[in-house]
Design a protein around this ligand. Structure first.
Ligand code: SF4
Length: 96
């Protein structure tokens, strides 16, 4: 068991860093997928701390959420409703 944990830690240390490694919400998943208004507000506040990977997070959410049914949770500083509205807007080029 200890060997497995040590191997996993070593593999993690050797891999290339990903943008998720720098997320301000690391370890706070439940809060970001709650439907309670207070939790959504708190999650969005954490995104504004600022989170250094907010744009990457939002880009990925918009890319992965290909249907209205697959949109949920706070990502990139926006609620699911805000991202749905954003996806309905015509593209203007450039980043959001
Ligand atoms: S923008 Fe918000 S949801 Fe995305 S990684 Fe940062 S803190 Fe997490």
């Amino acid at each position: 068991m200890v060997d497995d944990a040590a191997e996993a830690a070593a593999a993690l240390a050797e891999r290339e860093p990903r943008w998720q490694d720098y997320a301000a919400c690391s370890g706070l998943g439940k809060l970001f997928f709650s439907t309670r208004k207070e939790d959504v507000r708190e999650a969005k506040r954490i995104c504004q701390t600022p989170c250094p990977v907010k744009q990457e997070c939002l880009d990925e959410a918009l890319q992965l959420e290909t249907s209205a049914n697959s949109v949920f949770g706070v990502r990139g500083g926006m609620s699911d409703h805000e991202r749905k509205a954003l996806r309905r807007q015509p593209r203007r080029g450039g980043r959001i």
